[in-house]
Design a protein around this ligand. Structure first.
Ligand code: GLN
Length: 386
């Protein structure tokens, strides 16, 4: 069997969640909430199923949900997208990322020349590079480092060549918790315009920013709006990661290319869930409180490890907190994540896995989308261990 992804094993999220389950550890590794979704949303699923919304949805998504997403973008960002031509409902952000990357990245062999190059900021969420490589593209890495993971835009500019076609970016950023500034967005816009680049914007944590920060969606920049696939997911926003429903927003020519791929990846997405989400988006204003909800959880976790020897900068967004263990041990992060799961029953994600050369800054990522008692217990165990 040909190995189309020779550098890829089983994703770290599967590995660590399985280990956590096997040894009965607190799972602060894979990013998902330990608490339930709003019962009102669950009731809407039941209603949608009873109303017989149980057959294939339209390929692009049910119209009421696409309209609701369009309205949400006007409300949140003051930007309009046409539900018919610019919005596609996808099987989570993961499918949207794959379809968007596949839609624009060309391999060298198909053109008799060098493959397209794609700028990827690392640490990078682990689905970007496999999608680029399966499309026949070549990832070009811009490495970001702790503690602030700031982007050196001169470095980005230096990595752009005449083969660069796409930039994949993510804000708020998993795993670092870093949030792009308005100036980062402007720098990207300048480069994208000058070099005629497409952009895939992974904005799945758009509603989770802390300490008064705002999320700067790329759609709000007129230059970027025309060349960006903006990708979101209801999983993070409504505590329903298992539903796997996301969306891609892009101007019509980009959406046309995107849908050509989407229609043969999944064709369409669970119908009753889409109706439920459409009803929920219409009836409530669920976003405003999410940042303060998670900011408090971040602080519960940070207070629980305040007396430890771990070193950290409070996360700016997402539901992840990175901590450095440099004052405690210098062992490899992948080894330590496994050891802590076994020895103290707390699972985390080693951040080196998100670098292509496994650069190890001795940092573990903890998910704080957990009930307070789990955060307090994990914090107590980590503090005692440290
Ligand atoms: N995005 C989640 C995380 O970063 C996991 C998603 C997955 O398990 N594939 O932990």
């Amino acid at each position: 069997i040909p190995d189309k992804l020779p550098n890829v094993g089983t994703t770290i999220f599967t590995v660590m969640s399985k280990l956590a389950a096997d040894v009965g550890a607190l799972n602060l590794a894979q990013g998902f909430p330990s608490f339930g979704a709003d019962p009102a949303l669950l009731d809407l699923v039941n209603q949608a199923m009873r109303a017989n919304h149980n057959q294939y949805a339209p390929m692009a998504g049910v119209p009421v949900l696409r309209k609701a997403i369009a309205r949400k973008m006007v409300d949140c960002y003051g930007v309009s997208y046409d539900p018919d031509t610019d919005i596609t409902v996808t099987s989570g952000a993961t499918e949207a990322l794959f379809a968007a990357i596949t839609a624009v990245v060309q391999s060298g062999t198909s053109q008799g020349q060098e493959p397209d190059e794609v700028i990827v900021f690392e640490p990078a969420y682990d689905s970007y590079v496999p999608a680029i490589e399966l499309a026949g593209g070549r990832p070009v890495y811009v490495s970001l480092s702790p503690p602030d993971y700031a982007i050196d835009w001169a470095d980005v500019a230096a990595k752009i060549t005449d083969r660069t076609r796409l930039v994949v970016m993510n804000t708020p950023h998993n795993p670092s918790g870093h949030v792009w500034t308005a100036s980062d967005v402007n720098e990207l816009a300048r480069l994208a315009e000058a070099h005629n680049l497409f952009v895939v914007a992974d904005e799945v944590y758009e509603h989770i920013t802390f300490d008064g920060r705002t999320h700067h969606s790329l759609m709000q920049h007129p230059v970027l709006r025309e060349r960006t696939f903006v990708i979101g997911s209801f999983g993070k926003t409504f505590h329903i990661t298992g539903w796997k429903i996301g969306y891609c927003l892009a101007p019509k020519p980009l959406t046309d290319a995107f849908r050509k791929i989407h229609q043969f990846l999944t064709f369409s997405v669970s119908t009753p869930m889409q109706y439920a989400l459409a009803g929920y988006l219409r009836d409530s204003e669920p976003y405003a409180s999410l940042s303060s909800f998670y900011e408090r959880k971040r602080d519960v976790f940070l207070e629980a490890i305040a007396g430890s020897r771990f070193v950290f900068t409070p996360s700016e967004g997402t539901f992840f907190q990175n901590v450095s263990y440099v004052p405690i041990t210098r062992e490899p992060d992948a080894q330590l994540a496994i050891r802590l799961t076994h020895e103290i029953g707390v699972a985390s994600i080693p951040v080196s896995v998100f670098y292509h050369q496994k650069t190890d800054h001795h940092i573990l990522r903890f998910c704080f989308a957990k009930d307070d008692n789990i955060l307090l217990e994990a914090g107590a165990r980590l503090t005692k261990w440290s």
